[in-house]
Design a protein around this ligand. Sequence first.
Ligand SMILES: *Cc1c(COP(=O)(O)O)cnc(C)c1O
Length: 457
Amino acid sequence: MDAVLSDPRAAASEQLIGRALLAELAGQVLERWRAAIKAQELDARRLSGLLDAGEPWQTLHVLAQRERQQGLVRCVNATGVVLNTGLGRAPVHEQVAAAMAEAARSYCVLEVDRFTNERNQRDDRLSVLLSRLTGAEAGIGVNNCAAAVYLAFQTFAGGREAIVSRGELVEIGGSFRVPDVMARAGAKLVEVGTTNRTRLADYESALTAQTGLVVKVHSSNFRMVGFTEETPPEELAALGRKHHVTTAYDLGSGLFDFADDPQLAPLLGDEPMVLAAVASGVDMVMYSGDKLFGGPQAGLIVGRKETIRALRKNPLYRALRLDKVAIAGLEATLNLLLAGRAAELPARAMLAASAEALRPQAEHLAQRLVELGFTARVVAGESQPGSGAAPGVYLRTFVVEVTPSSSAAALARALRECDQPVFVRVQEQRQLLDPLTLLPGDAERLLGSFAAVRSTR
Ligand SMILES: *Cc1c(COP(=O)(O)O)cnc(C)c1O
């Protein structure tokens, strides 16, 4: 063991993973050799041959490299699902990424006003920008939309009652269930209406002296059709004002506004918009930063000044608040939106891309894959926004269909395990590659990985 570890050929592996883990891996390699010797599968001559060939160090280096490939690494999203939660949802704009990197590596003006040199709140500026963008009086940022929901329930309905429609007690995915979050926030859930219909009168008759919050939740990842009725936020807002009860609207996806985007307006038609939700008059509106909003992960809450102030005063806010990197990214995203540059945000650009514009990219990819020896052709396809945003909305696209001679699942796996991991959509025995979700440089990365797994084709 000492000879293996102190050999210069172990140095590069030790640099990668450290001495302790290297020793553990070396122990496993040597243990396999001992077992092989016992089973008389390895004799002295072959053993010294292995050592002469540098065998244990090569194996250790492969194991060390595999160890370092674990965890968060860049990948290519060829699934066509724009807000792919498993792959990190919205990729941010270059300028946003640069602002985040700069904040991470340097000191920054976080909780001080550099013009007065007085302490301030880290998201004061965020609040100003959110107000300008949405028309709300104030805003606040927390870790994600689940945290926003938790903070709102805890602040206004902790130890009290919260009224929610039976049709809106949704599970968003990743085990985020609205009723569970409410319970953990100490709110007593009062369900009103039926699964398919909830009217204003249902809410009104459930109001008691214990009511702390009336909440509307966007159903996000499913749609009800047929004999349905939901209460519009305007009516809930009026109800809250009449009875002095706080009202909230959990939007989730946070589609900002597509008034100036003729391609997206019809596509995402019935997805509720932040601006309309704020204008409805509810006391607060919450949504994710990294779904249709197209920014970094965050939960954004905008609404009335006093409502936001109450959230900020809750000691739990400290546990849920944003870090400097996320704030830098959100401010940069909001600045782009305020400058009228929404169409440049990668996620929004993907959603707005036309099938015709994607076709040449698909054809180029197919041709290059054929040159690599794969069976590939371009077919018309459909992709989804993802993250429970705009279900039932299918984005027209052209995809590359790869038909592997062996198994599509085996090829997909080999591609995931590459140095430059690629995620594809597997449909029966075919692989579909969607140029819709490829970022600049991704096509070359993807082709590099296909070249590396050619033997699995
Ligand atoms: C997605 C979603 C959430 C959770 O948002 P995260 O940012 O993932 O925490 C909460 N509420 C609704 C309605 C959602 O769609």
